[in-house]
Write a protein that binds this ligand. Sequence first.
Ligand SMILES: [Zn+2]
Length: 557
Amino acid sequence: MSLALARKYRPLSFDELIGQEAVSLTLSLALENDRLSHAYLFSGLRGSGKTSTARIFAKALLCEHGTTSHPCGVCSHCKMAVDGRHMDIIEMDAASNRKIDDIRELIEHTKYKPSSGRFKIFIIDEVHMLTKEAFNALLKTLEEPPAFVKFILATTDPLKLPATILSRTQHFRFRKISQPILTKHLEHILNLEGVTYEKSAIDIIARSGAGSVRDALTLLDQAIVYSTNFIDLSTVTNMLGIIEPSLLEGLLNKIMLKDEAGILEFISMASEFESEMVIDELMLYLKDILLSGSTKITPMIIERFFRVLADAKQLLNIGSDGEFVLSLTLFKMMEALQIQDIDGMIRTLEKELNSVKITPSEPIKEESSVPLSPPIVDDNRIVEPEVSPDLPIPEPIKPIDPHAKQFESLIAKLYDRNYELGEGFKNSITYSSFEDNLLSWESTASGENKTLLKNNWGLIRMFVQEIFGFETKIKNIPKELPSVDVEPELITSQAEEPIFMVAEEDELPMTSSCIAPEDGGVEAAKEKDERTILDEPMVAKALELFSPKKVRVKRKS
Ligand SMILES: [Zn+2]
């Protein structure tokens, strides 16, 4: 095998060109229909077929049988072109001939007619390497060359070309050769060469070729020499110094199972490999898992793993100790799994908090109706993923009034003090709102229940003030009371009035630990003078109505 595979299997026609169907087709049509441009630009990854295409195209232009997409390959022009000794095909490598003098010499050449062919073809490889002066010198000729001159410029970096060059050429972009196509190509060549192989080994070579036919073939050359006629997986992984996929699979299993001992074992085994390679291989392996549609690892976890691995690459780039970075990375990957647990905990906690709702501004989320993906974790930040717009957005549920909760404690407190009172209160009083120190409720109290509540009015108010604040006033809104014809609004103006009598003005509370003030809650705090207390209009009226027995209690001195 003296001749390198890349040269031996260089494509000789557009049909043999692999992975560049669009380019082949367009150039073939141009040749067939005689719609030729005077300058072409081929750009793309190294080894993607630019130079081969340029040579096939040149041959097609010069074949004795006329410009054709299928040059005969046997005429003298075709033969000379294939052997690279055609006088009218001038190849120049701009990487080593980048100066203005080189271009001036080339321009001189364009002035002379072709020696034997139809055209004089200039192939300039790596054209982006030319100096600015060289480009400028080339411009005029490129724009208006003699009719017999054709330019084919090739570059791996079209962005480095001046716009003036780009606008004067027909631009063809060469694609990266996909891994399956490369694999197929390699297998085809191995069959022709009579070399046996393991499919997975060829997959790895194709992958390592990274879209370049030339690179993949160079590796294949190497593998053939290395493997004594049978290319197997371990030969290739050894040759490339990469880790076997089965070991990576084992490692990922250990990570998923949080098997620390297993991971440590891997780290000690992997010490013979370059850490960067292990990390690269892990990335590729995860990519394979993602693309294979396997459910073994969710995309969410793959994304987290990928971030951890990307961090590792950065650490390696700043020259950190490889083994240390690898160990750190693998344990971080294991931790990335735990973050999911934390997410779960946070959501459970949020649910619990929502049930005692403290922030009315935020609507409670219905977990079941919106399948939210777990938050993306970036280092220490937790980023909630956006709900995609096609998901149904839940109707925001009316936030629970936190004071309703306080009202419940009021009921509980009343029950606690007096079961009967609690029952009576609960059955007839419904919370409606609490705003600006005004507690509003609706009352359906009547009969005995009403009396009970009236009798315990002081206690109720005390508890209300304990729970809602000392300044709290109460607004009672009677409901379903046939005798009520007083507007609730009227009642509110006297909010400090005891509630159970406001609807029927001739009733008064019987027991009250303190006296209702004339106005304002502050007054309520003040003790009335004991000598004038009986002169209070309401007390007086009460005395008149109930004719109670008066008992004088003296202060202890
Ligand atoms: Zn020919």
